[in-house]
Design a protein around this ligand. Structure first.
Ligand code: PLP
Length: 382
């Protein structure tokens, strides 16, 4: 988004604010859909990345599906107009009452995370229900350990032997319809190789059980470039993954979250103080880890750009911090930037995924407002 719009938003709505660029999101959806044009493909947006209602309404209008990991997300998806047949239910800890509701509503697929969940569902499935099995292919996604989900020591999914046992049970139950396999190996994955390993093992598994699955859901995880030049290469994905997907001949579902929304949002903040100590300079913002926890939680590094006149300004190295009473409340350490003055604005980039969704009012500092840019006007999100 152009800087003047971010400044305009800050002037109109105050700071700190998240600003969402909806046209950018529409473009991302279009890109991924045309990328898979040779396949029977469905995008199921992973709403855990960002559950903002205006953003979800846009995706609903664009006709995507949605992946939910909790009952709260399920209700949010319904509330913006997604019908149950366009909702995929994930999560490793689905409650009995929630499963009952998913069965009653007829969701697109309940993705079973364990043998134990299957036993629970068997008791509940009083009518036809579509299920998939989340397999854990034991693949290292080469990402931050907190967001690796497809290693055998992770809590998600089942190994292939257990999946085989589950298939037999599902096939012997007239109310359970096995539609496919699901696999989500992690998030912020910038190399194609882990996906290749995962799809190859899925291919051998499908062969070994002699099944042609209607749906292959490869989860999400595509990484974006946060400023270090590393991102998922679509060209390499096409070269390495497409041939195997063609062999498998299933409907392909992707549950992308971050790749769709991360670069579409900006956290605009005011510099409250520029504090100098004998050791360091601290640029103190009116937003902190309570609004964007990724740096504290994952060591994530977001670009921080000035929204002030930089001509003739001395370059400084500063720790950019927030107002929260924790030393982890640091966005960047020794960050080079033109020296700001009190009251000037900065923007933290690429915050559309796992930003507001993970925000809290810790220290009783309220969450920021969410502002929408729809391509022609700025307004407060509903
Ligand atoms: C089951 C599942 N699908 C999709 C996603 C979305 O991942 P990403 O935002 O990295 O695309 C996640 C995130 O952890 C997930 O757990």
């Amino acid at each position: 988004m152009e800087n003047h719009l971010l400044v305009e938003a800050a002037n109109a709505f105050g700071t700190p604010i998240y600003v969402y660029d909806l046209p950018f999101i529409a473009q991302r959806v279009e890109t991924v859909q045309s990328f898979f044009e040779d396949f029977d493909f469905r995008l199921a947006y992973a709403m855990k990345a960002n559950f903002n209602k205006d953003l979800l309404s846009l995706l609903n209008k664009l006709g995507t599906m949605v992946d939910v990991v909790s009952f709260g997300e399920y209700l949010q998806a319904l509330s913006v107009g997604f019908s149950p047949e366009r909702i995929i239910v994930n999560g490793n800890c689905k409650k009995e009452s929630e499963l009952e509701r998913y069965v009653k509503d007829g969701v697109y697929s309940i993705n079973l995370d364990s043998y134990e969940e299957l036993l629970r569902l068997e008791k509940i499935a009083s009518r036809q229900v579509r299920v998939s099995i989340r397999v854990n292919p034991d693949v290292d996604p080469k990402t931050h350990p907190h967001i690796a989900t497809g290693l055998k020591e992770n809590k998600f999914g089942v190994d292939f032997d257990t999946a085989h046992e589950m298939i037999k049970r599902i096939n012997s139950n007239k109310n359970l319809e096995l539609i496919g396999l699901h696999c989500h190996i992690g998030s912020q994955i910038t190399e194609v190789e882990p996906y290749l390993e995962a799809v190859v093992s899925i291919k051998y598994f499908a062969k070994s059980v002699g099944l042609n699955f209607e749906v292959l859901n490869l989860g999400g995880g595509w990484g974006i470039d946060y400023g270090n030049g590393k991102a998922m290469s679509l060209q390499e994905y096409r070269e390495k993954i497409f041939p195997i997907l063609k062999e498998l001949n299933s409907k392909i579902v992707l549950e992308l979250g971050r790749w769709i929304v991360a670069p579409a949002a900006y956290l605009v903040s005011k510099v409250e103080y520029v504090k100098r100590t004998p050791f360091k300079t601290f640029v103190m913002l009116d937003t902190g880890m309570n609004h964007l926890i990724r740096p504290a939680l994952y060591g994530a590094k977001h670009k921080i750009l000035p929204l002030y006149e930089t001509k003739g300004r001395e370059k400084i190295k500063a720790d950019v911090v927030g107002p929260i009473c924790e030393s982890a409340d640091t966005f960047r350490k020794s960050y080079t930037m033109p020296r700001p003055r009190e009251g000037e604005l900065v923007v933290i980039c690429d915050v559309g995924a796992y930003g507001y969704a993970m925000a809290s009012d810790y220290n009783l500092m309220p969450k920021p407002k969410e502002i929408i840019w729809d391509g022609s006007k700025l307004f407060t999100s509903s």
